[in-house]
Write a protein that binds this ligand. Structure first.
Ligand SMILES: [Fe+2]
Ligand SMILES: [Fe+2]
Length: 159
């Protein structure tokens, strides 16, 4: 999914989107765990960020939609910052799908100083599983959709 050209665009983009200290923290932390198949959570998050950036640009160019890239990309990189291995067998991990958006939002605030909007984008990314956490704005819908697309690609090993 990542060509060198895409990777360069994304890296340039990151230079001003995410504070480099937080980026380093996220990279180290999210590389400790795998998401689906053998994709690390870091790679999953980076793919979600890149897809969201592309989808945001599309809406901006096509419909003149104003996209808040700073908050959107930060939320993408932090949306699965739950900081444990959800594959390990334990009773509360069965609830992972429902609880991890809240955990990730709290960690994003604690470790990366995420603002209220970024936290709210993170909290709604698992909708409709988390029924009451409906995406509230364009950025929230983009993250919610791109997370599902990236997950399907990982589960079926299409990347
Ligand atoms: Fe998630
Ligand atoms: Fe995710």
């Amino acid at each position: 999914m990542y060509t060198n050209k895409n990777y360069k665009i994304e890296k340039d983009f990151l230079n001003y989107i995410i504070h480099q200290d937080y980026y380093k923290f996220l990279k180290d932390e999210l590389n400790k765990y795998t998401q689906h198949g053998n994709t690390s959570i870091f790679k999953h998050s980076r793919d979600v960020a890149f897809m969201s950036y592309k989808m945001g640009s599309f809406f901006q160019n096509k419909f003149n939609a104003k996209i808040d890239y700073k908050d959107l990309i930060q939320a993408c990189y932090m949306h699965d910052l739950f900081m444990y291995d959800w594959h390990e067998k334990s009773d509360w991990h069965k609830l992972h799908g429902f609880t991890h958006p809240q955990t990730a939002a709290s960690n994003a605030e604690k470790y990366c100083n995420a603002n209220d909007k970024v936290q709210s984008l993170i909290k709604s990314h698992m909708w409709p599983l988390t029924l009451t956490k409906i995406p509230k704005n364009k950025e929230a819908w983009i993250l919610c959709l791109c997370d599902k697309c990236a997950t399907i690609i990982e589960v079926f090993h299409w990347h």
